[in-house]
Every structure is written in structure tokens, then in C-alpha cells.
Design a binder for this molecule. Structure first.
Ligand SMILES: Nc1nc2c(c(=O)[nH]1)N[C@H]1C(S)=C(S)[C@@H](COP(=O)(O)OP(=O)(O)OC[C@H]3O[C@@H](n4cnc5c(N)ncnc54)[C@H](O)[C@@H]3O)O[C@H]1N2
Ligand code: MOO
Length: 410
């Protein structure tokens, strides 16, 4: 049996976008629990921030025009007529020729338009010597400079970062509607795979690697993970365990058995989970060609290739885009790749996207990517690497010294 209809990486990404969307109902969470979640509503500010003009320094609030021309050699003179207190209304009108003491964050009184820093004045009883002129608005945050009531401050579909929570807090919103984090299930398959804590390996046995690497990668993304352990290559048990896990999760990941060997049941299990079944079997990518993407009852299932480096790279390449869709993220993924030079020629086949593991080396203050060669069955090739370089399907390889972009591993 051959892989049918191998898809390219961009085609597979298109299929993911077309087939999977946010499926879970939004939930309301307190701001303190909202970090990293995707906002499900547009936030329109009910308030203006700050609600009043505030000083950004400790100093004296003045009318700027009263300071014009003031310098070290020719100071201006103003009357000190008051002291503004933090957290209190500043309601005493500031008249021409006057100054009032104001702390950082204090409210500007009516009539004032700027603040001279304490470093640039000298207090002589009720008289203030001003040694520096200020412009209108200098050292002041204007009312509404941060947010105007009615502004759309955050759009639906963005992942909430600490600063986004700060905006919500500033406008008095303490609960938000977000999409729940996806639940990912992982099941490792293979008669040879045994739990890592087995004392003595029997001949032919291999300790499970993908269970922990893929669970950890999904957790690092922010998903909730159910690691369902290992299942043998026996159709009925495999199907029962996969189905049980499938019911509990938003994305099911199966490791191993994705190729076309006689014991490779994954494809049959995926087909039996529900309609429409297999969307992609085989991607023009190295490593990871035997990848399977399926959809059953609206849910995504990904068959990761068994080789440990391939499983991790394919998780990054396809499971993450699926998770982004499920979370309702509408902002484009930011390209965080580093641009560095490659230290060796690397050949590649046209028509296939290659991912080359690399380690970074600093050579005379310039970063170089050193390819980490080794089979995709070797997990240490991942541990030795700092990231991976993509060789697009259109290229015949990359030449030593060429600039490449490295996606760093987390
Ligand atoms: N005739 C062909 N054979 C293979 C091809 C091919 O195109 N034609 N593709 C190869 C590639 S590339 C890969 S990748 C693997 C993918 O195979 P499967 O997804 O079916 O995975 P398995 O056969 O179950 O396992 C492959 C390999 O990985 C080890 N493995 C599996 N699971 C784990 C785990 N949880 N922890 C550690 N190691 C694991 C497994 O023991 C095998 O050594 O197919 C090639 N064959
Ligand atoms: O493509 Mo396989 O995934 O080389 O190990």
C-alpha cells in the first residue's frame, strides 16, 4: 500500500484552517485566571483612563506660558499657592503667576497645563524660582490619553497577555469571556513500547519517549493534557482506548503506527472514529512524511509519526495550528524566527519541505546555525538542537553562509 495523495505543508495548513474552528462555548473567568486565554468578546471601554490629567513627575504644576524664557541664569518667579495630595481632588484654580506642588500621579488643578520637575525649581518660602521652561502638556498624562470611553480596547480572538489584563484592570473590567484552553489527549502505540519506569527491558522493547515529549509540548503550548499511556498493536484494544480518550478531548494525538506497515492500525482506528475520517495521509515533509490528519464528529485527530524527533517536529508543525484554530485565535502567528547563517551546505529535494535541526554557535559576535545530523529516530538530536531551519519545498537546498531562519525550540 502506498501513501495516497501526499499533501504539501501549506496545503495541510489550509485544510486545518478550513476544517477546524473554535468549538467550545466561551466561559467567564476572573482576570487573575485569564492569562494566556483567548478573548471571546470585543472589549469596549466603559471608562476614560485616566479620568483626569495627571502629573508624571514630582514638581510644581504651572501654566507653561508663565515659565517661558526661564533659565539657570534668568529664573522665573511664581507664587506657591497650594499642595496637591495624592488620591484627592485638585479643585483649587491655578491663576496666572501661580504654582502648586504636585506629586507624581497627582491630579492637575483647573487652570494648570504642565509640571516643572522639583530638580528645576527652588522653593523660597512661598516663592518659587523656576530654572527651566516647560511646554504645555509637558510632564502630564492628559485625561483620556490612555483610553477614551467607547474605545475598542481589545478585539475578540487575541491571546491575553499580562499587559492586556492591565488594560482591562484599568477600565474596571474584572471578568472576561474567553475560550477554554483545549484538552489534548495522547496515546502511544506499539508492541515494543513500554513505560519508562519498567525496570528491565526485554529484548526488542523500547521505553516510551513520545508520551512525555508530546504531553510536555502540549502543556508548554498551554493545553490541558491527558496522557493515556501506551496501547498495543491490537485493533480492538487500540480502538476502544482511542475512542475512550477521543470522547474526553478536543484534539486526539496518536503516536506511532502512522506509516504503511502491516501493523499500522492508526489509519483504520481514525476512520472508525467517525466521519469524514482521514483528511491527509502523508505530507511532503522531512521528517514526518507518514503524518495523518483526520476529523471525526467535528474533532481533529493527528497521527504523529513514531520516530521521536519526527513526532515533536510534526506536533509543532501541525498540532499547534490545530490548537490555535480550536482556541479561536484570530491574530496571525508572529514569526519569532532568528535570522542566522548556516554553517554547512544542506541538500534538499524540490517538492518537499525539510526541517533541519540546528544548534546555534556564536562566531565573532555572529550567530551561526550548525546542522545536527542524525536520524529522526534519535531523541538526542532534538535535545542537542536549539531549533530548526525550514528548507521550503521550492529550494534545492541551502548553501554554507546563506542566511536562514531558525525557529527556536521552547
Ligand atoms: N517502507 C517504509 N517504511 C517507513 C516509511 C516509509 O515511507 N516507507 N516511513 C518511515 C518514517 S519517515 C517514519 S517517521 C516511520 C513512521 O512510522 P509510524 O508512525 O508507523 O511509527 P512506528 O512504526 O510505530 O514507529 C516508528 C519508530 O518510532 C518508534 N516509536 C514509536 N512510538 C514511540 C514512542 N512512543 N516512544 C519512543 N519511540 C517510539 C518505534 O519503535 C519505531 O522505531 O516509518 C518509517 N517507515
Ligand atoms: O519522515 Mo520520518 O518522520 O523521517 O522519521
Amino acid at each position: 500500500m502506498k501513501f495516497f495523495n501526499v499533501k504539501t505543508v501549506p496545503e495541510t495548513h489550509d485544510i486545518i484552517r478550513e476544517h477546524f474552528q473554535a468549538t467550545k462555548k466561551p466561559i467567564t473567568v476572573a482576570l487573575s485566571n485569564a492569562l494566556g486565554m483567548v478573548l471571546a468578546e470585543e472589549i469596549i471601554s466603559p471608562e476614560t483612563v485616566p479620568p483626569f490629567a495627571r502629573s508624571t513627575v514630582d514638581g510644581y504644576t504651572v501654566k507653561a506660558k508663565d515659565t517661558y524664557g526661564a533659565s539657570e541664569s534668568l529664573p522665573g518667579f511664581l507664587d506657591i499657592t497650594g499642595k496637591i495630595e495624592m488620591g484627592k481632588a485638585a479643585d483649587k484654580l491655578l491663576q496666572e503667576g501661580q504654582a502648586q506642588y504636585i506629586p507624581t500621579g497627582g491630579m492637575l488643578p483647573p487652570g494648570a497645563d504642565s509640571v516643572v520637575m522639583v530638580e528645576h525649581v527652588e522653593e523660597l518660602g512661598d516663592l518659587l524660582n523656576v530654572y527651566r521652561q516647560v511646554a504645555p502638556g509637558e510632564n502630564v498624562i492628559q485625561a483620556g490619553e490612555d483610553v477614551q470611553a467607547g474605545d475598542v480596547v481589545l478585539r475578540a480572538g487575541r491571546r491575553l497577555r499580562p499587559q492586556d489584563l492591565g488594560v482591562l484592570s484599568a477600565i474596571g473590567i474584572t471578568e472576561v469571556s474567553v475560550f477554554p484552553r483545549p484538552v489534548v489527549g495522547i496515546l502511544s502505540t506499539g508492541d515494543e513500547i513500554v513505560p519508562p519506569d519498567k525496570k528491565e527491558l526485554s529484548p526488542g522493547e523500547i521505553r516510551d519517549i513520545n508520551g512525555i515529549t508530546i504531553s510536555a509540548a502540549a502543556r508548554a503550548y498551554g493545553a490541558t493534557v491527558i496522557d493515556a499511556g501506551i496501547v498495543k498493536d491490537e485493533y480492538d484494544e487500540f480502538f476502544t482506548r482511542a475512542k475512550e480518550l477521543f470522547e474526553k478531548v478536543d484534539l486526539l494525538l496518536l503516536s506511532g503506527g502512522s506509516s504503511v506497515g502491516t501493523r499500522d492500525f492508526t489509519v483504520h482506528v481514525l476512520e472508525a472514529l467517525g466521519e469524514p475520517g482521514i483528511l491527509v495521509h502523508g505530507v511532503a515533509v522531512k521528517p514526518g512524511k507518514p503524518t495523518i490528519l483526520a476529523k471525526a464528529q467535528g474533532k481533529p485527530v493527528l497521527g504523529l509519526p513514531g520516530h521521536p524527533a519526527s513526532a515533536m517536529i510534526i506536533f509543532d508543525l501541525f498540532a499547534i495550528p490545530v490548537l490555535r484554530q480550536l482556541e479561536g485565535l484570530s491574530t496571525p502567528a508572529i514569526d519569532h524566527r532568528l535570522s542566522v547563517r548556516i554553517a554547512r551546505n544542506i541538500p534538499s529535494a524540490v517538492g518537499r519541505t525539510d526541517y533541519v535541526r540546528v544548534k546555534l554557535e556564536n562566531r565573532e559576535n555572529e550567530l551561526w546555525a550548525i546542522p545536527v545530523f542524525g536520524k529522526s529516530g534519535l531523541i538526542t538530536t532534538m535535545a542537542e538542537s536549539d531549533g530548526m531551519v525550514e528548507i521550503p519545498a521550492s529550494k534545492e537546498g541551502i548553501l554554507e553562509g546563506e542566511f536562514v531562519r531558525v525557529k527556536l525550540f521552547v
